[in-house]
Design a protein around this ligand. Structure first.
Ligand SMILES: Nc1ncnc2c1ncn2[C@@H]1O[C@H](COP(=O)(O)OP(=O)(O)OP(=O)(O)O)[C@@H](O)[C@H]1O
Length: 386
């Protein structure tokens, strides 16, 4: 049964609308002002909201803005009184689905609600489709290490084992983490990613565990951390070797006890998260240098997956180039370009210190600058040997 929220300070209007709509098979919730409406809106996902414009506490326009921040996909139909048609039009400009006038015309009311629900279903379907289309990039390569990595992923993904992925920048460590999540029993839950190297040391704890309002100078609002966001899913801690020792201690506790504490809070929160960590550093050397905790290393690295550099699996280059050529030409909306054998050979001779990320950039450059078929001369002209 579709759920409709009616927000109006006039009891008579709420009553009339409720009667008509419940007769039509909708389930109704009523609120007497914008604030109450917002509380209801937060508590449950409605299919449609009918909202008066002039109300005490929070008026219709303010409700529209706040509701849009919480869930922009729920259609809101404004109910306008005599004197505020202009405001209703303004509301539509600001994102309301439509408006109806008081007293409501029965047919127009029902049609508007039906249309609003159709539109909202379409929005949801489009989102689902988009998600399906943007599925995880396939892991290309038939070299022995890549085959072994794929086998390991198949085996360990359905378990709850923590995984430490190692390898240079741009080799595909994140892709490994994505596939583990995708093939795990948590694939319907979130995959949340944190790049530990990109966050200043003093902020990493609040980023991971969240904070309470006022717990430090810039904590103006309460904030949910990445561990909580990843609840029921997977947390990918990238560049874990760059994490401060004090954050390491807290991550260790989260892993040992399945509990976290927001910065500035005194209450524990239980979290159900599978952690996959990645690093381009030699963590055991970091342990030796006292930059990384040995106990955390053991907790994280139940399964170790090393992704070798592209220079150590150059036989994967032709397959990767073919894949990237297809993807990039499709992105640019041009017919798929080909590549000469000699050009491919030259690419295999290069030193790929930037790994797969660099290879993709080079293919993109070649697609832009070359003719229909990429030649060895194109490679010589546009790809500088190092
Ligand atoms: N085997 C592969 N097949 C196809 N694309 C790949 C493969 N490995 C990596 N890529 C692509 O190369 C790019 C870099 O990969 P990714 O971000 O996973 O590397 P990374 O090791 O996590 O890098 P960093 O350490 O810099 O974060 C991504 O666009 C990824 O989709």
């Amino acid at each position: 049964m579709p759920d409709i929220l009616i927000i109006d300070d006039e009891k008579a209007i709420r009553k009339t609308l409720s009667e008509i709509l419940s007769y039509e098979g909708y389930s109704l919730t009523e609120a007497a002002d914008g604030e109450e409406g917002l509380t209801q809106f937060k508590a449950k996902k409605f299919d449609v909201v009918l909202c008066d414009i002039k109300m005490p506490k929070l008026d219709g326009i303010e409700f529209l803005q706040k509701a849009g921040e919480i869930n922009p996909d729920v259609p809101i139909i404004m109910i306008s009184g005599h004197g505020n048609i202009e405001t209703a039009v303004e509301a539509v400009k600001k994102g309301a689905y439509d408006y109806i006038s008081k007293p409501p015309d029965l047919n127009r009311l029902l049609i508007t609600i039906r249309n609003a629900m159709d539109k909202s279903n379409l929005v949801t379907e489009t989102k689902v489709l988009k998600r399906k289309v943007s599925r995880v990039q396939e892991m290309i390569g038939d070299s022995e290490p890549i085959q072994k990595i794929k086998e390991t992923i198949e085996k360990v993904a359905p378990t709850e084992a923590r995984i430490l992925v190692t390898g240079e920048n741009g080799v595909g460590k994140e892709l490994v983490a994505r596939w583990v999540h995708e093939k795990s029993n948590r694939s319907n839950g979130p995959l949340v990613e944190v790049n530990c190297a990109a966050i200043p040391t003093e902020l990493i704890e609040s980023e991971l565990f969240g904070h309470e309002k006022g717990s430090f100078t810039s904590a103006i609002k309460q904030r949910i951390g990445k561990f909580e966001q990843a609840n029921g899913g997977t947390l990918f801690l990238d560049e874990i070797g760059d994490m401060s020792l004090s954050a390491q201690a807290k991550v260790l506790r989260a892993l040992q006890e399945g509990k976290i504490t927001r910065v500035g809070a005194d209450k524990d929160i239980s979290v159900d998260v599978r952690v996959i960590a990645a690093t381009n550093k030699d963590l055991l050397k970091e342990v030796e240098d006292k930059n990384f905790r040995l106990d955390l290393y053991h907790r994280l690295g139940v399964i170790l997956i090393h992704v070798p550099s592209l220079n150590n699996r150059k036989q994967d280059i032709p397959l990767l180039v073919a894949q990237f050529l297809g993807d990039i030409c499709a992105d640019y909306g041009v017919a798929k370009k080909g590549i000469d054998e000699d050009a491919l050979k030259l690419l295999q001779e290069y030193d790929w210190t930037g790994n797969i990320r660099e290879l993709r950039n080079v293919v993109e450059r070649l697609v832009i600058l070359s003719g229909k078929t990429i030649s060895a001369d194109d490679v010589r002209n546009y790809v500088m040997p190092k």
